[in-house]
Design a protein around this ligand. Structure first.
Ligand code: GLN
Length: 548
């Protein structure tokens, strides 16, 4: 039987429940336990796939093609495991199941209500991954903050699960904020007390309280929180602000969070946590030999969370290369042709990001042209690959009116067009080409050298594809399709010859980069950018005549 750890949040959002959960899960995993972690989100969207990144950050995609909350990305990056559709549930999905069941007559004439029907469905999903013996411990993060109306059914479901199970089968961990009032020079516990009181009102008491704080919890503070929140004195944990999210597991280990939880769950301590690979990564991260400047060209650059997995992949790849990757956000919508040199000329590598729709497209295309002509290392992802193809068609093949049919339905030269199977689809949610597909690599390509394999599997999220009709012309002119889906022959990777590093993929490598397995495409891109930076410095700057 699996045991459960629920993680709730109090006082404010954005305290890092996802990172805390992933860190605790990491420590338990390092002690030899089989763990997984799931997220329940109280919004009505069936999944975050239809959400604008400005609303909720990046949409993360799992191997099995689920469009999920970005916290699942953290879970995978920390734990080095795959999550799935079952690991992310929203209120919308819960209601959809209940309403469909009601339409099928599944409730036999009963009035369908939040309690018990919605809460039953939440409970069913909360315990789903614990049904077979795959996991010892299942961590469940509840999105939002205690006190939100919309998270009430989730808290009630946890209360019921706790009532149904024995004490040592299920615990609740509450993450709160202990604000520091500068004027009074004091840390304040009152908001935490109120948040726990709100939980108590619905019959739920935390077993462990984790306190986010910018100052150490001095003196009697921990005891005070414990006393007024009714938890054991050793169960108040300090979570001081960390320089990097990757330090949090070690901070939590120092606070004995894993041991406290195991003790409450009456599980033995397992082996001493083995964190060698993690520590190795951290020491590389903290002791870089140099810094490189990378441009991230996209249209959601105002919000860091919109490109979360890409940013984390840079961190993994930077550590692998022992360099700090300094990311410059470049808003493609505001990038003017006459500013290219000023905005991009100093960069050591440029990544053009995924995206949807017309806004900011021209900026991406111009950035790619500049990158290609000035031989700056380039990595294009999804829409970034499609823009690279359009750019090549316009500026090398001479098809001035080349475009993607996403941007221009009746483009004269539709070098990117909608996939055949997408043409009849009307619904937006979950209908793209999603999740893991195989890709065959050409032997003499850069991609093959990078991966060192003939076949790879990567995750996708797109509706449009490279238009095969133009492929021969492209290849003749120097842009080659070096990765293809073995059966459908869909183009997955393009490269440009006569360029030190110009590679773009239809898939999203960023979804598969983890601390222990930094993604080879990112690692090689950063390596190429580092080489470029070293050469540039040796030459005393970029050769002026190439820059236009
Ligand atoms: N909008 C493009 C498509 O649907 C690219 C999607 C993406 O970048 N994820 O094909």
């Amino acid at each position: 039987m699996a045991k459960y750890i629920f993680i709730t949040g109090g006082v404010t959002s954005s305290l890092g429940k996802g990172i805390l959960g992933a860190s605790l899960a990491k420590l338990l995993q390092a002690r030899g336990y089989k763990v997984t972690i799931q997220k329940f989100d109280p919004y009505i969207n069936v999944d975050p796939g239809t959400l604008n990144p400005y609303e909720h950050g990046e949409c993360f995609v799992t191997e099995d093609g689920a469009e999920t909350d970005l916290d699942l990305g953290h879970y995978e990056r920390f734990l080095n495991i795959n999550t799935s559709q079952a690991n992310n549930v929203t209120t919308g999905r819960v209601y959809q199941t209940v309403i469909n069941r009601e339409r099928e007559g599944g409730y036999l004439g009963k009035t369908v209500q939040v309690i018990p029907h919605i809460t039953d469905e939440i409970k069913r999903r909360m315990t789903l991954l614990g049904q077979n013996d795959e996991y010892d411990i299942i961590l469940t993060e509840i999105g939002g903050t205690v006190g939100d109306i919309e998270s009430l059914p989730y808290l009630e479901a946890i209360r019921q699960i706790q009532w149904e199970l024995s004490e040592e089968e299920c615990i609740v961990l509450h993450l709160t904020l202990i604000p520091y009032l500068r004027a009074a020079k004091e840390l304040k516990t009152k908001p935490t007390q109120h948040s726990v009181k709100q939980m108590a009102e619905i019959g739920l008491l935390p077993d462990v309280i984790v306190c986010r704080t910018e100052k150490p919890l001095y003196g009697e503070l921990k005891r005070k929180i414990a006393l007024f929140c009714n938890v054991k004195a050793n169960s108040v944990i300090e979570a001081a602000d960390a320089n990097s999210i990757y330090e949090v597991p070690l901070n939590m280990m120092r606070e004995n969070l894993d041991e406290i939880c195991l003790d409450k769950l009456k599980l033995d301590m397992g082996k001493e946590p083995k964190m060698d690979k993690w520590n190795d990564f951290l020491s590389r991260l903290k002791n870089p030999k140099s810094t490189i400047e990378i441009g991230l060209v996209g249209k959601y650059v105002e919000l860091q969370d919109a490109y979360k997995s890409i940013l984390e992949s840079f961190i993994h790849a930077g550590a692998a290369n022992e360099v700090t990757v300094n990311v410059h956000y470049i808003h493609s919508e505001h990038l003017k042709v006459n500013q290219l040199k000023e905005k991009l000329g100093h960069l050591d590598g440029i990544l053009v990001a995924p995206g949807f729709g017309n806004r900011g497209i021209q900026g991406k295309i111009d950035a790619i042209q500049f990158t290609r002509e000035n031989k700056i290392p380039f990595l294009g992802i999804c829409l970034g690959m499609q823009c690279a193809v359009i750019e090549y068609a316009r500026n090398v093949l001479g098809y001035e009116n080349a475009n993607s049919t996403e941007m221009e339905e009746h483009a004269e030269h539709p070098v990117i067009n909608m996939m055949e199977e997408q043409k009849t689809i009307k619904n937006m949610g979950g209908t793209m080409r999603l999740g893991s597909y195989e890709c065959e690599l050409k032997k003499d390509s850069l991609a093959h050298k990078i991966y060192g394999r003939n076949y790879i599997n990567e995750r996708h999220r797109h509706r449009y594809e490279f238009n095969d009709q133009y492929l021969a012309e492209f290849e003749e002119a120097g842009m080659t399709a070096v990765g293809k889906h073995p059966e459908a022959q869909l183009v997955e990777i393009v490269e440009v010859k006569d360029h030190p590093f110009f590679i773009a993929s239809q898939f999203h490598p960023e979804y598969k980069s983890t601390v222990e397995n930094p993604h080879p495409l990112f690692v090689s891109f950063i390596e190429a950018a580092n080489k470029y930076a070293i050469n540039k410095n040796a030459k005393g700057g970029v050769e002026e005549e190439v820059m236009s």
